[in-house]
Write a protein that binds this ligand. Structure first.
Ligand code: DPP
Ligand code: ZN
Length: 896
């Protein structure tokens, strides 16, 4: 494939200040007229031809300044239209057609159900009309939509509604105007029949705005939470960042077929229905939380992404990292709202824990594999492959580190400065850091973020080794931190010399009772705190604390203050001390997880040798017992603390990954705990009931999480009474959270007629709701009992449809990336299934196929036997003729 490089960026030689689009919308053939004002940029070297992008379009005509031009005035290749020798100022009209019903890629203009939708990020607009389809060309759009009144009663586009009229032939016309200049990737249109929930509200400055949530007719009762989340998002951005909605109306439309989570098109967000629709009977607590987070995320893009956008796609993290950080803070603030200071700290810790679990499960593996890239990549073959956990989640971590280094107030000043400098522009990550640097230096002129910028250009997860030296004679304790980060991914080939990162590390020290010690830096602190932010900027640095009478236990990387692997030679007893007493709720959770991870690793090693798993260290069992009995802590927090670490996170710690051993060891440990604490778990189960009306609020959601965790431990332990409880809960649950929890544990841990009845019954009760049926498929595909053969059976079910990404994800992705035992079955059928599905998806939807292809990124790190078979299937995919550019980039990098 062709590699596109960041350093090759050149500004576009023309401006296109206005675009008028006209559509005659029809599913089979849509006619598009694009009229644009084109002005040659005199501040740049002169380029005579106007080169526009296009894909799968049929050209009908081109006019320049009123004249129809002939074929001698342009050249046309499959993906470019070059108009030769254009005047300095020109009005260009291009008429073309496209075929939405044939568009299975779900990028550009496409059909979903009976409706038409668009998805233009990153490069879908070129499938609608020829254009300079790049984010640094910003235009004011006026859009005219014409379509059949009956089939498409609702016609939406960006901005404000300016005109609506009926036409002859049962058709009608609607015109929209978006007053803000925007890049083409933020264009959107929707045509179809929808139900609508509306809400009038006021911005902080007193402007009236109309909020609308559109969804399939009859699903309006499922959009209340989405609307409430949208209103909360408006308020939060006003309060925390002083940012207001800038349009008269803001629309969200739910689409059943959608490649991603959602899309922040100006004023017309298009969402995967999974992140809009919810009611207590169909959505779980985590669905509710995800909806609020994604609605917040897309809404926050209106400023971080739309008002200030990216210069080119290498700068994607400029908007994504920042907006993920903003949505994380939004959720944390919502969770902590109205709580006491201590309760708020634990609520924020829960959110942080959930985000760190995601980062470790998705981003850390990426950062150590063939697709490793800095948050601002240097090169790509297909930009669709770079909507990654690194750009998003690690990008958010990098913003969070700046927030930690600057503090809330200076960070806010930096944000204000960023908008003051760049509103209405397409800019770079450097521009953002420069604004933050300005704010940092205003606070302290001696500081700067120059070294910090390395987070944008170097990939990989740094490893920070910590050691502690205690000197009883001087009562001093010295903490030494050293960092290393070997080249990863493309860095390996380029022989890049990596430089030390600027790493903020928040630490505390605990005495032998677990009490916090004052941290008096030698000769510096008059009034020492019990927590310190250390800044590691060199390869190795030491800090000496005075007045410490006994060797303390360090509490390191509190709140996960940097996206690094921190290694310290803790004893299990020290970890148990931290897990029982650390005043930092995040670090307390982390210590317990480290204890469990060590157990699983040790058990996996012995299982591999002997087929047996040894008994876990009593220190770990005791630690779990104390956490279980600690009734002072919040139930949601307790549920996180008692959970087993994810298989993926444990695997990442093995030099030769043995997926089956890890899965077996993890389940054995869970079983031992379930058996050991049977009485306590049953008590916990009964204590955490949430009678009354369902609410997704953190309080009751936390109770359900703890109750259902207890149930799952007990069922894994094959506790008879618990299996009975699970069936009862499944049959009598009054909300989907409880029903799904019971259903999952039964389907995964039990077999027999009652279990298969439950599976049948679930389908029969919910077959009318596609999002619930996604859950039904997902539970079966992630079951330890699932095999490639049973997957083929599931895919033959009439409700399965490979073209619907949510359905493909619920079956194929669940099996290939969330089912260790199924994928890694000894007969190799799991691997062959993966390859078959990558190839099947690739002809329909390359973006989704390439995502699935990534499930084999780590093939070379597996144990012999496993890795050879994975490699063979990768080679089979790579050798397939006419592979999409998307999938080709993934498999060729994996095999390189
Ligand atoms: N920009 C979208 C989002 O992350 C994805 N295309 O919100
Ligand atoms: Zn985003």
């Amino acid at each position: 494939g062709t590699t596109i490089r960041r350093e090759d960026y050149r500004p576009f030689a023309f401006r296109i200040p206005t675009v008028q689009l006209e559509f005659e919308l029809e599913a089979d053939l849509t006619w598009v007229r694009a009229q644009m004002i084109v002005q040659r940029r005199m501040d740049l070297p002169r380029v005579s031809d106007l080169e526009l992008d296009g894909e799968d379009l049929a050209l009908i005509s081109i006019h320049i300044n009123g004249d129809l031009i002939g074929a001698e005035r342009y050249t046309l290749t499959p993906n470019t239209l070059k108009i030769l020798d254009v005047p300095d100022h020109a009005e260009i009209i291009i008429v073309s057609t496209c075929q939405p019903a044939k568009n299975t890629s779900l990028s550009g203009l496409y059909v979903s159900g009976k409706s038409l939708f668009t998805q233009c990020e990153a490069q879908g607009f070129r499938k609608i009309t020829w254009f300079a389809d790049r984010p640094d060309v910003m235009s004011v759009y006026h859009v005219t939509l014409r379509a059949d009144r009956k089939q498409y009663p609702l016609l939406l586009s960006n901005g404000n509604l300016v005109l609506k009229k009926d036409l002859d032939d049962q058709r009608h016309e609607v015109q929209w105007h978006d007053p803000f200049a925007k890049p083409s990737y933020l264009f959107a249109l929707v045509a179809g029949e929808f139900g609508c929930r509306e809400h009038q509200t006021m911005t902080a400055s007193g402007r009236k705005v109309l909020l609308q949530v559109y969804s399939d007719p009859g699903s309006e009762h499922q959009t209340q939470w989405a609307m409430e989340s949208l209103e909360r998002s408006l308020r939060w951005d006003e309060q925390r960042f002083g940012l207001e909605l800038d349009l008269d109306r803001f629309m969200i439309v739910a689409a059943r077929d959608f490649n991603m989570g959602a899309m922040e098109n100006k004023g017309l967000n298009i969402f995967n229905a999974a992140y809009v629709l919810a009611d207590p009977n169909t959505a779980t607590d985590s669905n509710y939380q995800a909806i609020e987070a994604v609605i917040g995320h897309e809404y926050f893009h209106n400023w971080t992404g739309n008002r200030v956008t990216c210069r080119d796609w290498f700068e994607l993290s400029l908007k994504e990292g920042l907006t993920v950080f903003r949505d994380q803070e939004f959720t944390a603030d919502m969770m902590a709202q109205g709580l006491s200071a201590t309760a708020a700290q634990s609520a924020r810790a829960i959110k942080r824990i959930d985000d760190v679990i995601t980062l470790r499960a998705a981003q850390f593996p990426e950062d150590s594999g063939p697709m490793a890239h800095p948050i601002r990549p240097q090169s790509y073959q297909e930009i669709g492959n770079f909507y990654t956990a690194t750009v998003y989640e690690k990008g958010a971590e990098v913003i969070r580190m700046m927030h930690t280094l600057l503090g809330e107030q200076a960070f806010r000043a930096g944000m204000d400065e960023y908008f003051r400098r760049h509103d209405g522009q397409a800019v770079t990550c450097d521009d953002f850091v420069d604004a933050m640097n300005w704010a940092l230096q205003k606070k302290n002129p001696t500081r700067d973020l120059t070294q910090f910028k390395r987070w944008y250009s170097q990939a990989g997860t740094p490893r920070v080794n910590a050691s502690l030296a205690f000197d009883a004679a001087t009562q001093c304790c010295t903490l030494t931190l050293s960092q290393e980060c070997a080249p990863v991914g493309v860095e390996k080939q380029s022989g890049m010399k990596k430089l030390p990162f600027h790493i903020p590390i928040t630490v505390g020290l605990l005495d032998e009772k677990g009490q916090p010690l004052p941290l008096a830096l030698k000769g510096q602190d008059d009034q020492p705190d019990t927590e310190k932010l250390l800044e590691l900027t060199k390869e190795t640095q030491s800090w000496t604390f005075e007045g410490i009478s006994k060797r303390p236990t360090p509490s390191l990387l509190r709140n996960f203050s940097a996206p690094v692997n921190l290694i310290y030679p803790y004893t299990n007893e020290e970890l148990a001390l931290l897990s029982a007493h650390d005043s930092n709720a995040f670090a307390r959770w982390e210590a317990g997880q480290e204890l469990a991870t060590r157990q699983i690793l040790a058990m996996a090693a012995i299982w591999r040798e002997t087929g047996q798993t040894p008994a876990p260290d009593p220190v770990m069992i005791d630690a779990w017992g104390s956490m279980l009995k600690d009734t002072d802590i919040d139930a949601g927090y307790q549920a996180r603390a008692l959970s087993m670490p994810l298989e993926k996170t444990v695997l990442e710690r093995m030099s030769a990954m043995d997926p089956v051993a890890v899965a077996q060891a993890r389940v054995s440990l869970k079983r031992v705990i379930g058996q050991h604490f049977c009485k306590e778990l049953i008590a916990t189960y009964h204590q955490q009931s949430t009678p009354g009306k369902y609410s997704p609020a953190p309080g009751p959601a936390g109770k359900r999480a703890l109750k259902n965790l207890a149930l799952s431990f007990l069922v894994t332990a094959h506790q008879k009474e618990a299996i009975e409880l699970a069936f009862q809960q499944f049959n009598h649950a009054t909300n989907m959270t409880d029903r799904m929890a019971a259903f999952t544990t039964l389907a995964h841990e039990t077999q027999g007629a009652r279990t298969s009845d439950a599976i049948t019954q679930f389908y029969e009760n919910w077959q009318h709701d596609p999002l619930v049926i996604d859950k039904w498929f997902a539970v079966q595909a992630s079951s330890p009992l699932a095999t490639a053969k049973s997957m083929t059976g599931l895919m033959a079910h009439p409700a399965f449809n490979l073209r619907n990404p949510n359905r493909a994800r619920s079956v194929i992705f669940q099996f290939c990336s969330a089912n260790m035992l199924g994928l890694h079955a000894a007969d190799g059928t799991g691997y062959a299934f993966w390859a078959d599905q990558v190839l099947a998806l690739d002809t329909l939807n390359p973006e989704i196929a390439a995502r699935l292809a990534r499930a084999f990124d780590h093939w070379s790190r597996f144990i012999p036997g496993v890795k050879d078979r994975m490699q063979q299937e990768l080679q089979r995919v790579a050798a397939h003729p006419n592979l999409s550019r998307n999938t080709m980039e993934i498999v060729s990098k994996a095999l390189a």
